[in-house]
Design a protein around this ligand. Structure first.
Ligand SMILES: [Zn+2]
Length: 212
């Protein structure tokens, strides 16, 4: 492996290195960076080993003992996935070393070239959480289930229950609208069930009028 930067010279046990090796420091070009550290206060000694770079040297001697597979192994499906995915963590930005390696894979360029190109740029930031799309809103939630009504009725006074039902109806309607906008709900899927009482003022909900 080509070592990318200072900090990777040998220390003879006489000096405390200025640059601390940490996971993801991007100081070497290994695809998977791995560091080992052993330290002991009674000895006042520390040993750090760049396992990844060590393995790269060992691989030169024992190439038949290392597999490089151009795919992600998905444990859940027991399948290899050859397409990489975009950064999708809602909690943190993409680790820089990982970003560089993904760009290197995507663009087919060496890491040094990628580092030059990304110099001064930010790695992909946290991805906003996606609000769960409405799930089967129309039938189940527009008309609240009776058992649920009973429970609420005993917990709340009648007035509060009406408010609660109103709130739930509004919330369900908003979910439907969101679903319609983002395409997770189709107009044909919506079953409004019994016609709302408010709208039955003389006009029949049954579509008798649709002559054409
Ligand atoms: Zn390495």
């Amino acid at each position: 492996m080509v070592l990318a930067d200072t900090g990777l010279h040998q220390t003879q046990g006489e000096e405390i290195p200025e640059i601390r090796w940490v996971h993801g420091d991007d100081l070497c070009d290994c695809t998977f960076q791995r560091l080992g550290e052993w330290t002991n206060p009674y000895l006042a000694k520390t040993m750090r080993v760049r396992m990844c770079c060590m393995w790269a040297e060992l691989e030169k001697m024992f190439p038949h003992l290392v597999q490089h597979i151009p795919a992600f192994y998905n444990e859940n499906t027991d399948l290899f996935e050859t397409e990489f995915i975009e950064w999708n963590s809602p909690d943190s930005e993409m680790p820089r070393a990982l970003w560089h390696r993904q760009l290197s894979v995507a663009m087919g360029l060496p890491l040094d070239e990628i580092r030059n190109r990304t110099n001064g740029k930010e790695s992909p930031g946290p991805v906003p959480r996606i609000v769960e799309p409405a799930r089967e809103v129309p039938k189940r939630e527009l008309a609240m289930e009776n058992s649920q009504n009973d429970i609420i009725l005993t917990l709340l006074g009648r007035k509060d229950m009406e408010l609660e039902m109103e709130r739930q109806r509004n919330s369900a309607l908003i979910q439907v609208i969101v679903g319609l906008k983002n395409g997770s709900v189709k107009l044909d899927d919506i079953d409004i069930g019994e016609a709302p009482k408010e709208s039955s003022n003389g006009v029949s909900e049954k579509a008798e009028s649709s002559g054409n």
